[in-house]
Design a protein around this ligand. Sequence first.
Ligand code: UD1
Length: 336
Amino acid sequence: MIFVTGGAGYIGSHTCVELLNAGLDVTVFDNFSNSQPEALSRVQSIAGKQLRVVEGDIRDGVALQQALADSGAKAVIHFAGLKAVGESEAEPLRYYDNNVVGTMRLLEAMKATGVKQMVFSSSATVYGVPQFLPYTEQHPLSATNTYGQTKLAVESMLRDVHRSDPEWRFAILRYFNPVGAHPSGRIGEDPQGVPNNLMPFVAQVAVGRREFLNVWGNDYPTPDGTGVRDYIHVVDLALGHVKAVQFLEREAGCNAINLGSGVGHSVLDLVRAFERVSNRPVPFKVGPRRSGDIAESWANPALAKNLLGWSAMSDLNKLCADTWNWQTRNPNGYTG
Ligand code: UD1
């Protein structure tokens, strides 16, 4: 049994499908603050299996400990948290409370119930401005915003807990840019309001929900002047979590591991691929650079290959095709 916090979210829901497909039992603990119960209904129908759902907040230590004990889980995958960079700058205390205090409550509940294996959702944002590329796990860590600070704080908390008692096992997964959707088109990313991230914005332009894309800067020192990122298919990412759970069962330790493809694509690469795949125009206007953005980011994914036996399978066309399939089937997300 795997206990999945934030299992109804974008990456969580895709991971639940792959856990069920791998024959693992799943309990989801989610407060549905930025997700819909409908996502979990669809997860079960895709996998053809049931999972247990407990509605609750990770900051509620009593509820959390009860749910964890009831689940009989041997390991936790911890997705629950807030993730909007701009919002984290406006409401830092809310971010520390949910992401840092929430994780503390979870570790306390795990300690009380003797569950000592955790896969944690971190982010390549912990590398800050690149000193070299591709980023390896040894790259120095820093954060340029509150969201990134909360990920760094949790990473250090996990290392400290592991040092105090090496029976704890942690896999800290540093995601690059998750995009795409399940190939069934039944689950996907459902951002509330105006999307901050590139792929959902492009998809909403292609489907006609927004007029044009703002390209945030075309004067970066990159091949076409636009920002370069390592886009990773959410199903590849989900499979990485299954591998990480299996890894923790075999091996002790506290390891930070990049989950990226190792390949960078520019904003315009992505726009062109999306136009090809959707057969729709994606009009854009070039605007100023977005504050806090870096020119380029991509992973060295060698450690994931070595430790987990995992690597990304999907190319840019597949990322766009699956996003488009989800977008056209669910033009207004889960609530449409
Ligand atoms: C962002 C967050 C990062 C977080 C990640 C989650 C910032 C500064 N960083 O990463 O901390 O972990 O999302 O997925 O918010 N772009 C446009 N127009 C748009 C949107 C994006 O041109 O409307 C460009 C950006 O300048 C960038 C690229 O597209 O070059 C990717 O942007 P985005 O999808 O927001 O991801 P990141 O900024 O890499």
